[in-house]
Design a protein around this ligand. Structure first.
Ligand SMILES: [Zn+2]
Ligand SMILES: [Zn+2]
Length: 121
């Protein structure tokens, strides 16, 4: 079996490779990525999405005027996550985040920015 480094925590892993496509969009910046994740990091991203985000086609579509995490008004960042799980259908999630909630979402979906935080394979 091939070994892949996880795009989030950087170490190689065994097991099925699962892919997420996160995007964070604000008035000033757009961050998009394709992340091939180990089962643990994939689980973290999916848990976050199930807890905080709306699933397209499942939850009732309603205008989002508050932060999806802390309910602060007028969140400035939109978050989209497309998930391709092992042997499961594509799922799409979306939400809106205030400034204070963006860093955590970025950690979960895009991995730690600081290279020093990455585990050595
Ligand atoms: Zn990982
Ligand atoms: Zn918030």
């Amino acid at each position: 079996m091939a070994l892949f480094p996880c795009d989030s925590h950087g170490a190689r892993y065994t097991g099925s490779q699962q892919t997420v496509y996160p995007a964070l969009l604000s008035a000033t910046a757009t961050e998009r990525a394709k992340m091939r994740l180990c089962p643990a990091c994939f689980g973290q991203a999916l848990d976050y999405a199930m807890l905080h985000l709306e699933e397209v086609g499942v939850t009732e579509e309603k205008p989002q005027t508050c932060c999806s995490v802390c309910e602060a008004p007028d969140p400035g960042t939109a978050v989209f996550l497309t998930v391709y799980g092992h042997r499961s259908e594509r799922r799409d999630f979306y939400g809106r985040l205030c400034e204070g909630c963006v860093p955590h979402a970025r950690d979960v979906f895009l991995g730690p920015k600081d290279e020093n935080l990455r585990l050595v394979a």
